[in-house]
Design a binder for this molecule. Sequence first.
Ligand code: PLP
Length: 441
Amino acid sequence: MVVDVQSKILPGVTHWQSPNFYAYYPANSSVAGFLGEILSAGINMVGFSWITSPAATELEMIVLDWLGKLLKLPQEFLSSGNCFGHGGGVIQGSASEAVLVVLLAARDKTLRMVGKSALGKLVVYGSDQTHSALQKACQIAGIHPENCRLLKTDSSTDYALSPEIVSEAISHDISIGLIPFFLCGTVGTTSSATVDPLYSLAKIAKSNGMWFHVDAAYAGSACICPEYRKYLDGVEEADSFNMNAHKWFLTNFDCSALWVKDRNALIQSLSTNPEFLKNKASQANLVVDYKDWQIPLGRRFRSLKLWMVLRLYGVENLQNYLRNHIELARYFQVCVGQDPRFEAICVNPLQIVAPRKFSLVCFRLLPPVDDNETRGSNKLNQDLLEAVNSTGRVFITHTALSGMYTLRLVVGAPLTERRHIDAAWKVLQDEAFTLLCSPLQ
Ligand code: PLP
């Protein structure tokens, strides 16, 4: 079996835990996360209702309160806050599930006020940088495809959603009889890790009676550091907030933390109460039954691994872990911006195309001045990405910003050190050099 795993399986595995993995956003593994997974697999309970394993539900409530407090979320998001019984946290499998369940809750809350027949008039707002999970959620929730507004962003706002554009779109939609009901802001967009202006967006959502969801799937982790918490300012006014502990928080996949202020909105959309699940505790409304906060019935004991991560590493180590990655990304950014050899061979220096806030660096290789027409800068960067990844020594990915093919390097694997960044930068430089000296295809 071991031989088969080595010969048949591992050669086909993309090693997300490699220190040379810089693609997408990370999916951290750690000893604590791994031990939590083992324990959860060994216990293997299915904790859909409190009674099916009280410890699973209660630990989830406790651990999400801990994490919520670390992120300085307002009391209304916590299970143990002053407003017990209203808000709370829940672990979903993914940020996609998180946005779907809150969209369903918001949709049904609105439809209860305006009548079910208005479904075709409901409108959702995000930006062209919002993760495609929002669009998928709209498809599943029966939102008319034309009513999912992905508003345009550009480099003038660093690809952040402009409150003016949101306000105009909402006013226009209201004037033609549509019903705006859901706005999604992002802290750390997938393409360039930009941050939408939460305060202004929350204000707009509130004044129009809309649900405001904040997606901080990747960058939320960094906000446990006091110096990055400012990026969450305005979350106090949101209705729901999500971060993926399984991305950049040393918690093995899957563990997506979602907090809501109004748990009843979720429950009203997602609860069922068949005879075979009835029990005294649930009937008396004394407990949380997480089956009513999510799509599936069954659920794993995911809070165990988050509990272990928080307890074994502690706040300070976690903060330093995140800071180290951000510092390594800054170092890489400096390398990209300052390499003299590129200038020495009469090539325009690599240029940073989107400002860096966290551990993602967006960059491009500029073609030689006389090369714009023939190869084009997009093709050049595409070729560079393919050449770099073909070495098998690093793995990076790309995005498009303002129609420009842009390379992304994310520092986030637990084992990445400065020497790995140096090695990655060397691969990039060598491949860029080869490419720029090679005849055009
Ligand atoms: N939101 C953002 C900002 C993301 O970057 C991602 C994935 O990278 C997602 C949502 C989707 O995450 P998931 O795979 O947990 O659904």
